[in-house]
Write a protein that binds this ligand. Structure first.
Ligand code: SF4
Length: 482
């Protein structure tokens, strides 16, 4: 399918929206109406008064016209609204998030709330201007209400520390993170950990000089428990020595993979002050685990959760993914109910995202994703057991344009997840693949990227320190120093 956009320059939103209806769509911007193919094209022409739309699917043509409303939403959004309505009638199906293509619907709701001061008016805007379904408006509103007190008491000098351990026991087929298999890169781990500890020490010193307050710590990756117990202890001991953990509100370590997480590592994580771990089954079905390239079984996951409880953790997150190859609606429900039965304090439900860098996409594996909406609908079960949605984000290329939602028991909401997803607090990152985000009091945000891969991180450590200096220079420019 080809979209011809005539006499209109801005095309990001319309391109994203059109791709959600028509897979593989390409966009051609033209000054005049070009010669059109016989079938399968979209023609959108900007006129003096608005937009003319034509959709041709298998030689069946649908047309509409939309006049620009000077009091309506921004022009590109009006372009999308007209296109959405025609796409919906031409294809017979709509999208749960309407014309919203952005990754952070809750932030949009918060910004509109700031401007309107009335949540009902904001919801009406979601309904009318963005054509969002009632179900998604409710989801967004619930998340907004839970986040509001957390966000309202934020202080610009607060920050969170992210520590990246970019190694994993094997690569999951859907993964697009910076993560290196320990089989091929195990020899890099000690050098990496030594540099990481150096970067953590430097960060702690600069943050103290700048007068920032550490609020949460998140160790992720990769899989932090992929490194040896001794290395994990080295990193966590460094963190304990460098920061006053008694003032830290939350300290999470991702112990995501049961195939590299044991009681010894979990006891180290607990001993050095972590308050929360994430142990991620992704699914409770062994055939699905095999299909996605994870080396562990469901029994390994159960053992790992029992070890985490033995180590003393009373806050455990479990990640699930809806839409995995070979999973079924029944299989997904079994996984969801299984997490509930195990008493997970947090359950995060992701919708499968087909990222370009993932093996699923690279190997062009054929799977059908027709059931994913039915799987996500099963999330309703969580409310019966006291779980509430507290953070949410969307990604490009997510199957059926759905979302990822973190659910929590009262009082177990992860602050870090709210800070990072809503971009309302400075996050300083250490380690390969880390991205520091400095957030000013007025919401302005600047990013500084660390090297992506462990090899370059080990080789050019001076550059890492230079980039850390950049982070603190930005903090000063933003007036975050005291
Ligand atoms: S465990 Fe996570 S980071 Fe590691 S390969 Fe799998 S999805 Fe990627």
């Amino acid at each position: 399918m080809q979209l011809f956009l005539v006499n209109y320059d801005t095309h990001y939103e319309i391109e994203q929206l059109s791709r959600m209806f028509f897979k593989g769509l390409t966009v051609e911007k033209c000054a005049d109406i070009p010669p059109l193919p016989q079938q399968d094209y979209i023609l959108i022409v900007k006129t003096d008064s608005g937009f003319d739309y034509t959709v041709n699917i298998k030689r069946t043509e649908s047309k509409s016209t939309a006049a620009l409303d000077p009091d309506g939403p921004k022009e590109e959004m009006q372009l999308c609204l007209g296109a959405y309505k025609l796409y919906q009638s031409a294809t017979g199906s709509g999208l749960p998030w309407g014309v919203l293509t952005g990754v952070r619907p809750v932030r949009l709701m918060r910004n509109l709330y700031k401007a309107e001061g009335d949540l009902e008016k904001v919801k009406e805007k979601f309904r009318k201007d963005y054509l969002v379904s009632e179900e998604k408006i409710d989801l967004c509103t619930n998340v907004f209400n839970i986040q509001k007190p957390v966000i309202d008491c934020g202080n610009p000098q607060d920050y969170s520390l992210y520590i990246s351990i970019p190694f994993c026991p094997s690569r999951c087929s859907y993964c697009s993170f910076v993560s290196t298999s320990i089989k091929t890169a195990g020899h890099l781990m000690q050098g990496y950990v030594d540099n990481l500890c150096e970067e953590i020490r430097y960060t702690a010193k600069k943050a103290a000089e700048t007068g920032l307050n550490l609020k949460t710590i998140y160790m992720g990756g990769g899989t932090p428990t992929a490194i040896t117990a001794a290395m994990l202890e080295q990193v966590m001991k460094t963190v304990q020595e460098c920061f006053d953990l008694s003032k830290v509100l939350e300290y999470t370590v991702e112990a995501g993979r049961p195939d590299c997480t044991d009681l010894e590592k979990l006891q180290i994580i607990k001993k050095y002050g972590a308050t929360r771990v994430s142990i991620n089954p992704q699914t409770f079905s062994d055939n699905v685990l095999k299909a996605i390239g994870r080396n562990h079984t469901h029994a390994d996951f159960l053992r790992c959760v029992a070890d985490a409880r033995t180590a003393g953790f009373d806050s455990i997150n479990m990640d699930l993914i809806a839409g995995l190859p070979e999973d079924t609606v029944e299989g997904f429900e079994k996984s969801l109910r299984g997490c509930i039965r195990l008493g997970a304090e947090n359950i995060t439900v992701h919708t499968l995202t087909l990222k370009r860098a993932s093996n699923l996409v690279i190997k062009n594996e054929e799977h059908h994703y027709d059931d994913v909406e039915k799987m996500i609908a099963k999330n309703a079960i969580l409310a019966d057991y006291g779980y509430k949605p507290y953070y949410m984000y969307r990604q490009k290329s997510t199957v059926k344009n759905l979302e990822n939602v973190g659910f929590s028991q009262n009082g177990h909401e992860s602050l870090y997840n709210i800070y990072i997803m809503e971009e309302i607090q400075t996050i300083i990152s250490c380690g390969a693949g880390g991205v520091s985000k400095v957030v000013a009091a007025d919401g302005d945000l600047k990013r500084v990227y660390n090297y992506k891969y462990p090899q370059e991180y080990i080789k050019d450590f001076d550059a890492i320190i230079d980039r850390k200096d950049q982070v603190f220079d930005i903090c000063r420019q933003f007036g975050l120093d005291r």
